[in-house]
Design a binder for this molecule. Structure first.
Ligand code: G3P
Length: 230
């Protein structure tokens, strides 16, 4: 299993779509190689194949539809993602929520196909509930902070503390409004396995520099985490 501490969601930003997405993906790969920090990216389904063919970092989907094969026009299946080279997928993102029953079946199906799953939750409590469905990671993101300039770490550090304390059988990811090295270091130091970021990187004028900063945050957070446990 690949290890990553930064997950960057390309969402539907124009500069992270199509050929722009490929260029951005290559920047992510470069920063991962230069810093040694694991970086995964979540791209639109139509961009998956051409990006997964070109980069070695984990390429995730942002969602899939839990439908059987056959008569479901307009849906994106887990099988199609796997075939396109997806390493895994986000599920239940605040911008693409799915029913609890569908989360369970989707996680099961993804596992059968060998897809890595990151299930999103709006609070530590829902994070604990979805962790019981056996995803690889649970990403806690307060929806009201997504896309904003106040990070989850500065708005309410207790959210991460609660998530780490409550979510036992999946790795904990934290996200929403994270844009600085300090936020990343704080999250990693206090028990997050990874951070989930979008606008901080995608809307940056200098994504490569921003990514390097965030990767440095991972490195500093890991050192802090080691000191903390000694
Ligand atoms: O999936 C990541 C996301 O929802 C957080 O977005 O823009 O607040 O980093 P952002």
């Amino acid at each position: 299993m690949k290890d990553f501490q930064l997950i960057v969601n390309f969402k539907t930003y124009e500069n992270a779509t199509g050929t722009n997405a490929l260029e951005l993906a290559k920047i992510h790969q470069k920063v991962a190689e230069e810093t040694g920090v694991g970086i995964a990216i979540a791209v639109q389904a139509v961009d998956l194949r051409h990006i997964a063919q070109e980069v070695g970092i984990p390429v995730l989907a942002q969602h899939f539809d839990f439908v059987k094969d056959g008569v479901h026009t307009g849906h994106v299946t887990a099988q199609a993602l796997k075939e396109s080279g997806a390493y895994g997928t986000l599920l239940n993102h605040a911008e693409r929520k799915i029913e609890l029953d569908d989360i369970e079946e989707s996680v099961d199906l993804a596992r059968q196909l060998g897809l890595f799953t990151i299930v999103c939750a709006d609070t530590p409590y829902t994070g604990k509930a979805v962790a019981a469905l056996n995803p690889h990671m649970v990403a806690v993101e307060p929806p009201e902070l997504i896309g904003g300039d106040v990070s989850v770490c500065s708005a309410n550090p207790q959210i991460l503390m609660d998530a780490v304390a409550m979510i036992e059988n999946a790795k904990v990811v934290i996200g929403a409004g994270i844009k600085s090295k300090e936020d990343v270091a704080h999250a990693i130091k206090h028990g997050a396995s990874a951070v989930l970021v979008a606008s901080g990187v995608i809307r940056s004028m200098h994504p490569e520099e921003t990514l390097k900063e965030l990767a440095q945050g991972v490195i500093e957070g890991q050192k802090g985490a080691v000191e903390h446990t000694l």
